[in-house]
Design a protein. Structure first.
Length: 595
């Protein structure tokens, strides 16, 4: 193409120049001058063409070494996205156009090697058994190419891709994620003690202080609930597991009289999170007398509501109301778990609901040993297990405040959490993975001295990098026996700073200017940003409904300077992954901006 353009340009100049030169004194002299001028320009054009042909290999080498960022471009022909390579090669990519929401992936290479790779961690086809059906292609292109989405280049080099035709069966409805979030309906006019003594971290920060985008709201107000539902719906949350502290308590009234009656609830699902610390334990005493009547009440007031989350039995199609129970692992330690679960099941039957599906907050740190049968009893009593306290499991009370690297998140999920899942499934018990953005409870209980968990993997990582990594790993552990559910802790638990609800800076600053690490006694020196909607966007990108046309490889770099055989000048990253902004993130960002 470059050759053709050069020849066309030369011919055009040779035709225009004689016309320009006719403005000289006499026609006779003009014509005599125009002939040699045209001839001279033609010679220059031919010489330029010969030079381009000879220099083409050198130009290709320049592109390979990353010194030419303009070697390729994209155009759309009849709804088919094409990649224009340097030298004029046009590669069509079917099923995409610049006006569609799908991405176009083009590869240019004369050689192809097939192998299985773990680099594509952001590609859903790699999981859900996709690796068994896919042919993974690792291509190191000699020519630069671009991934094009919406007419814009997304990456300068294509590295891995999958044969998506073989993976279509793995993208059916059964493999789509169900995203749930723990929701706290306890914020009244004092924002659950917030405006009196500022018992949550963000309001105690300085330079600047930070608050919910909706302000310190009363969550019985219809517009507050409607906004929370809208945020949830827009960012793939379809289930709220709502904190419940007993009949007639504020949480009960809010759920029953305000959330379940809100016209914006639509098809959003609700499940009760039974707070054992408020119903079974009062200070140092444990009393089970409320358990059975509690479940009878829940059955009559909630379990038969059309928006209540029901688990459908695959064998007979029967529906069972789902109840989440806090700290079942503590009940096990006290020898109370079996009795509590029995009372719950009986109470539900007393209320006319029949059998219920009980999810226990049982998963914590290392899995139990298969060699001790008593440690396996909870899996036989409970219908599913999950991990509410991601902070305690992922980090504990280790010093530093950071997880440290992306690999440590992988080790946690693919090591400890996968072991929990394997044991649960061996006992016909379902498993629900969880993800959390971070943790800091020093705003409400500073005397305990918990070391906060930063929302960033390491000091120079991006805001939300821990949450993104947790979602990427957690989604690989979803269980089809539990509707491929992944739980988020939390939507709005402000006291422990696990919320993903949008936040703003009191002084109006944004981005980098909205960050603070003051006061140090509360932040532990960690940086806190008024993140606005960052976490909702991360959640949407990492849990969106996967489509073949949008599933592109994670390992295509957006900039060669980040990774070209080394770590560049940034010495804080421990792996190549930490430099990569995935293509799916970029697509998600563009879609969000368009919305």
């Amino acid at each position: 193409m470059a050759i053709a353009m050069a020849m066309a340009m030369a011919m055009a100049i040779s035709m225009v120049m004689p016309m320009t030169m006719r403005s000289t004194k006499t026609t006779k002299r003009k014509s005599r001058r125009s002939v040699p001028a045209a001839f001279l320009l033609m010679v220059v054009a031919v010489s330029s063409t010969i030079f381009l042909v000879a220099a083409a290999p050198l130009l290709e080498d320049e592109k390979e070494n990353g010194r030419d960022d303009n070697g390729s471009s994209a155009t759309s022909l009849g709804g088919i996205e094409t990649i224009l390579m340097a030298g004029g090669t046009s590669i069509p990519v079917s099923g995409a156009s610049s006006s569609s929401s799908s991405s176009a992936l083009a590869l240019a290479s004369s050689t192809t090697t097939t192998k299985t790779t773990n680099d594509c961690i952001d590609d859903p086809n790699f999981f859900y058994e996709g690796k068994k059906a896919c042919t993974w292609l690792s291509k190191r292109t000699k020519k630069r190419c671009k991934i094009v989405y919406g007419g814009k280049p997304l990456a300068d080099r294509c590295r891995e891709t999958c044969d998506y035709e073989k993976c279509r069966t793995n993208l059916e409805q059964k493999n789509k994620l169900l995203v749930g979030a723990y929701y706290y309906p306890w914020y009244g006019q004092d924002f659950h003690r917030g405006s009196k003594n500022h018992s949550y971290l963000r309001s105690k920060l300085s330079n600047p202080r930070q608050y919910p985008v909706l302000g310190e709201y009363d969550d019985t107000q219809p517009e507050v609930i409607a906004r929370h539902l809208k945020w949830s719906r827009q960012n793939n949350i379809k289930l709220w597991v709502t904190s419940w502290w007993g009949e007639g308590r504020r949480t009960d009234v809010t759920i029953k009289n305000h959330i379940l009656t809100n016209p914006q609830l639509k098809d959003h699902k609700i499940a009760i999170f039974y707070e054992t610390t408020g119903r079974i334990r009062e200070k140092a005493d444990y009393d089970l007398k409320e358990v059975r009547p509690d479940l009878e009440y829940l059955c009559k007031q909630y379990f038969n509501h059309p928006n209540y989350y029901q688990k459908v039995d695959d064998s007979d199609g029967k529906k069972r109301p789902v109840l989440f129970v806090y700290l079942t692992r503590k009940l096990e330690d006290l020898g109370l778990l079996q009795e509590v679960v029995s009372l719950m099941r009986q109470g539900a039957k007393d209320g006319g609901c029949g059998d219920i599906f009980i999810v226990g907050d049982q998963v914590f740190q290392g899995p139990p040993s298969n060699n001790n049968p008593t440690h396996l009893i909870p899996f036989e009593i409970l219908d599913a297990v999950t991990n509410y306290d991601v902070y305690g499991s992922l980090r504990g009370n280790k010093a530093g405040g950071y997880v440290g690297s992306r690999q440590k998140v992988t080790n946690y999920y693919q090591g400890e959490q996968r072991a929990w899942k394997n044991i649960a499934q061996s006992k016909d018990c379902a498993f629900i993975p969880s993800a959390s953005p971070g943790f800091n409870d020093r705003g409400v209980r500073p005397e305990v001295g918990h070391i906060p968990l930063s929302r960033k993997l390491y000091p120079k990582a991006k805001e939300g990098s821990l949450f993104k990594a947790a979602l990427q790993e957690g989604r690989t552990l979803v269980d089809s026996a539990m509707d491929n559910l992944i739980m988020i802790n939390s939507f709005n638990e402000w006291h422990e700073d696990t919320q993903i609800e949008p936040i703003y800076a009191f002084n109006g600053s944004k981005g980098k200017n909205s960050r603070t690490s003051l006061p140090h006694n509360l932040t532990f020196g960690l940086e806190y940003q008024a993140y606005n909607t960052i976490y909702l966007k991360i959640l949407k990108r990492q849990t969106k409904t996967w489509d073949v046309s949008l599933a592109v490889p994670a390992s295509a770099e957006t900039s060669l300077s980040f990774w070209d055989g080394g770590f560049g000048t940034n010495s804080t990253a421990s792996t190549r992954e930490e430099y990569i902004t995935t293509i799916s993130d970029i697509i998600g960002q563009e879609q969000t901006e368009q919305e």
